[in-house]
Write a protein that binds this ligand. Structure first.
Ligand SMILES: Cc1cc2nc3c(=O)[nH]c(=O)nc-3n(C[C@H](O)[C@H](O)[C@H](O)COP(=O)(O)OP(=O)(O)OC[C@H]3O[C@@H](n4cnc5c(N)ncnc54)[C@H](O)[C@@H]3O)c2cc1C
Length: 370
């Protein structure tokens, strides 16, 4: 695929990736057909953002912090950062505003139906929906990819509740609280908490493992944490919203036609599952090169891909070490160093500091194993 400015592009999937890519292609002068139902899922989308970065999403920002914390074995590790925000966006508000923006664009055709795609022999793609059938020379597909059997997954269930005591209990985002545990499960489990302004908090139970858990298991963990810390029972006081998902932490297979986009194109950082920043980088690369294939290439540096691969191998084969590894890493890095690592904005020198802080034997084994 080449320049978008004179071409027609069909995008399948109207999640964050399909919507954001459509907006940028339209802004570059392309004609876009976006196919897929409106995505009304609640999502809190967090990112480490350099404080100097422009405010693209101002109206959707649900909160922003220069400090965050970790908890393990009755110990709290607090990070303070001068250079980065931990920023939370209201994903639903963001998606709704992108839909609104696109609906006013004459070069956008919006089909809010599921699509089925085929490759035709003459370099055209066939796209079928319940009410239409058409061909397109360029097809970007942002539907979820297939996650390999051995690929680690991040599964989470989160609930946002109203709590008058929210700001007292949680003063800053808790990225990992290891005070919860699961019997007989091979994986790492923790609670993640975001304190929103206006007395509400998101409490999310997260599991890193190779097989999926029953949703109720994670729901119970979140409920347990809320009972312990908030003195409220959200089952009876209905939650403001729930959000859940499964994000790959490792290689995925693109199972559709055309070129992958979004998570299927590696937008999710392997060690964290965070995908928004990866998507932004893919779009930036596309704008620099004016080449649609940039949207389908991994946006992460070779150094971070290598670090993530080793890191995930260690977690996968030694899940019991997960808590120690994450807390040692949190303890040995400053807030700026940690955020720079998470934002893939770090140097080889920084990577040595991270490696030095981690248990040697499992990491050496992971580095030399294939
Ligand atoms: C609850 C939640 C919280 C997250 N939190 C963060 C975070 O804090 N930070 C971060 O960076 N990332 C986060 N992520 C990861 C990532 O940003 C999201 O997964 C994001 O939704 C990825 O967007 P996407 O458009 O690539 O994929 P998806 O959101 O999976 O969108 C795919 C779209 O394809 C559509 N579709 C499926 N089948 C068809 C079909 N046959 N035809 C047409 N359309 C179809 C679906 O309806 C969907 O809208 C989170 C994910 C979830 C689910």
């Amino acid at each position: 695929m080449t320049s978008a400015s004179t071409t027609q592009v069909t995008i399948v999937g109207a999640g964050i990736s399909g919507l954001l890519i459509s907006r940028h292609l339209i802004d570059q002068g392309a004609s876009v057909t976006l196919v897929g139902p409106e995505d009304r899922r609640e999502q809190t989308l967090c990112t480490w953002r350099n404080v100097q970065a422009p405010d693209y999403y101002d109206e959707h920002i649900a909160g922003r912090w220069r400090s965050w914390q970790f908890g393990a074995d009755n110990m709290t590790i607090v990070h303070q950062s001068d250079e980065y925000w931990y920023e939370a966006l209201n994903g639903l508000s963001f998606k709704t505003s992108l839909e609104d923006y696109l609906s006013a664009q004459p070069k956008l055709t919006r089909i809010k139906e599921l699509a089925d795609t085929k490759k035709q022999s003459n370099n055209l793609f066939q796209i079928d929906t319940a009410s239409s059938s058409f061909t397109s020379p360029n097809l970007l597909d942002s539907r979820p990819p297939q996650i390999g059997e051995k690929t680690l997954i991040q599964q989470f269930y989160g609930v946002t509740i109203q709590t008058e005591k929210g700001a007292d209990i949680v003063k800053r985002p808790i990225l990992m609280d290891f005070s919860v545990s699961l019997e007989n499960q091979k994986g790492v489990v923790f609670i993640y908490v975001i304190p929103f302004p206006r007395e509400s908090i998101l409490v999310e139970a997260t599991f890193f493992g190779t097989s999926q858990l029953e949703e109720s298991v994670l729901k119970n963990l979140a409920q347990h944490w809320i009972n312990e810390h908030c003195n409220t029972d959200y089952v009876h006081d209905s939650p403001i919203f729930e959000e859940k998902g499964i994000i790959p932490m490792g290689p995925v297979s693109f199972i559709h036609n055309g070129n992958p986009a979004g998570i299927a194109a590696g937008s999710a950082r392997q060690s964290s599952g965070y995908a928004l920043q990866g998507l932004e980088r893919q779009i930036k690369k596309y704008q620099e090169l004016n080449d649609l294939t940039a949207l389908s290439c991994s946006p992460y540096s070779s150094l971070s891909k290598w670090m993530d691969k080793v890191f995930l191998k260690v977690i996968q084969y030694n899940p019991a070490l997960g808590k120690d590894i994450f807390s040692t890493m949190a303890k040995s890095l400053t807030g700026d160093e940690f955020a720079a690592f998470m934002a893939d904005d770090f140097s080889i020198k920084d990577s040595f500091k991270i490696i030095r802080s981690l248990p040697k034997t499992p990491f050496l084994k992971a580095m030399i194993s294939r």
